[in-house]
Design a protein around this ligand. Structure first.
Ligand code: GLN
Length: 521
């Protein structure tokens, strides 16, 4: 049941073969059983069950709020949730309980959806592995070496998941920074989860986990209540098992919000995607700069197969150039650090969360609190950001980065103006990597490898989505990225659904393993 999509679940809730209470209890049970994956940092059992019961009540009275009524969802722990601890996975915010709820969370709740918990992430969403968290790292369920795993049940099946047993005790990273949300959806502990995507944080873990990760056009979805990393790049993102589910959620959360002046003022109409889709009249661009060194042969193969699928279906597939792609990592790192430097100034030990015991002076209290409260990645970015903002560096560093950012955005615009509808690229250079290997590389180098295919999209503001495609030769998920035009989220999702229909990602392999695990553990 936890493998079903939203439409299937809604039908069951509608015809009474499933209650929201039962559904939420199943999700909790799954989350608990898989707690060693560390996807959740807070579970909201009581409140969730209460809301699920209310949803059942509404349905009985014929007053259902629609398709999302009674549907469980999880929220990355950098979205404010009234009355529920919100930590951003940082020591700085442990114990912080916000007095208000983020717009996206509120909008889903207004449709009757039930929040079941808050998910793990890299501290303040800075990272791409979900390993830099005060709560400990998120572990990827794919090939996870469960002790006493039910894998034996499948040992005769060709489709059995390979696990690494305890051979080296290591496991694969879930990607990040929204790894907890991605893992909540991947394991069926939640049907929907919110992530945030500033440079790839939703698409990257979606790719490593074999799920859909949508970063809508900047401005379509309100950032109110999303604790900022880089205000000009942050976008609330949607993680689901299918493209249809992502479209449903986008329909519920999109549109103007008076509390976020950067949201669109035009009306935003929810849409459903057709089942019969033709890509015959489309032009799909393949940006040559995305052929970057270090791309695995599995990823290259999946990319070229997908391009063939489009071509065989009558679409025009053409090579295109986004010449400023090579500057995006350095441009991002300057813009990110400068915004981080000002965003993090609010954490001084006075208003929120952690406060050090140092009392010799106010300045000493600030310094000690910030030294103890932030991890090294956050501190490094604050230092770099303040450096870039020094009067003598402002023009050379920050202003230059802003100019390069415009050139990167113009690259996309030119390609779309030339008649390209959607771009097709990989999301990540390879399938998921093992934790030890990941942790051995320093954070900056890591970012260059992990974000190279996703960051330019945030700098341009355009929408993009990860679609799970196939399993690699290591039996791990591989995803591809489709990149759309500004405010053409509907077209992007339609093309993504078509691709999803063609590739039939073998999710059932994981479903079967998880159900077997549930019955044996
Ligand atoms: N990995 C990138 C960073 O560390 C992107 C993070 C994000 O999208 N939140 O900044």
């Amino acid at each position: 049941m936890l493998g079903l999509n939203l439409r299937q679940i809604a039908t069951k809730l509608q015809n009474g073969s499933l209650s929201a209470e039962e559904l939420c209890s199943r999700c909790y049970a799954r989350a608990k059983k898989l707690s060693e994956l560390n996807a959740f940092v807070t579970m909201t059992y009581e409140q969730g069950l209460q809301e699920a019961k209310q949803s059942d009540q509404r349905r009985k009275q014929g007053a259902s709020l629609g398709m999302l009524d009674g549907v469980p969802f999880a929220v990355k722990d950098n979205f404010s949730t009234k009355g529920i601890e919100t930590t951003c996975a940082s020591r700085m915010l442990v114990g912080y309980v916000p007095p208000y709820t983020a717009t996206v969370v509120q909008r889903l709740q207004d449709k009757g959806a039930v929040m079941i918990g808050k998910t793990n992430l890299d501290e303040f969403a800075m990272g791409s592995g979900s390993v830099e968290s005060v709560h400990g790292p998120v572990r990827n369920v794919w090939r996870y070496p469960f002790r006493g795993a039910a894998n034996d049940n499948h040992s005769n099946s060709k489709e059995a998941i390979q696990t690494d047993g305890d051979e080296d005790g290591d496991w694969f990273v879930a990607g990040g920074s929204s790894g907890g949300s991605a893992m909540a959806v991947t394991t069926g502990a939640s049907l929907v989860a919110f992530g945030s995507d500033t440079g790839g944080s939703a698409r990257n873990p979606a790719s490593y986990c074999g799920i859909v990760g949508l970063k809508p056009t900047y401005g379509v979805v309100s950032r109110h209540g999303l604790i900022p990393l880089v205000n000009s790049l942050d976008v609330p993102a949607v993680l689901t098992k299918t493209v249809d589910d992502a479209a449903t959620v986008l329909g519920a959360i999109g549109g103007h919000d008076p509390l976020d002046s950067t949201t669109v003022t035009d009306s935003f109409d929810p849409f459903t995607l057709p089942d019969e889709i033709s890509v015959k009249d489309l032009t799909i661009g393949i940006p040559k700069e995305y052929h970057t060194p270090g791309m695995s042969s599995d990823v290259l193969q999946a990319w070229s197969k997908a391009a063939d699928l489009f071509e065989n279906a009558g679409a025009k597939v053409i090579p295109v150039s986004l010449p400023h792609t090579q500057f995006s990592i350095v441009c991002y790192s300057v813009i990110c650090a400068t915004e981080v430097a000002s965003n993090m100034a609010r954490y001084d030990g006075i208003e929120y969360g952690y406060r050090d015991k140092e009392t010799s002076s106010t300045e000493a209290l600030y310094a000690a609190t910030r030294w103890e409260g932030f991890n090294d990645v956050v501190k490094g970015r604050i230092l770099a950001g303040n450096y870039f903002l020094l009067k003598r560096n402002y023009d050379h560093q920050f202003q230059q980065a802003m100019k390069v950012r415009r050139l990167i955005a113009e690259d996309f615009q030119k390609v779309y103006d030339s008649g390209v509808d959607v771009l097709l690229t990989p999301t990540t250079l390879s399938d998921a990597i093992k934790y030890r290997q990941f942790a051995a590389i320093d954070h900056r180098a890591q970012s260059e490898q992990q974000d190279v295919l996703t960051q330019p999209i945030n700098l341009a503001g355009v929408p993009a989505i990860n679609v799970p495609i196939t399993l690699s030769s290591h039996s791990l998920p591989i995803g591809l990225q489709l990149i759309g035009q500004n405010f053409q989220d509907r077209q992007l999702l339609t093309v993504a659904k078509w691709l999803e229909q063609q590739v039939q990602f073998p999710r059932h392999i994981l479903e079967e393993q998880l159900s077997a695990l549930e019955s044996t553990r």
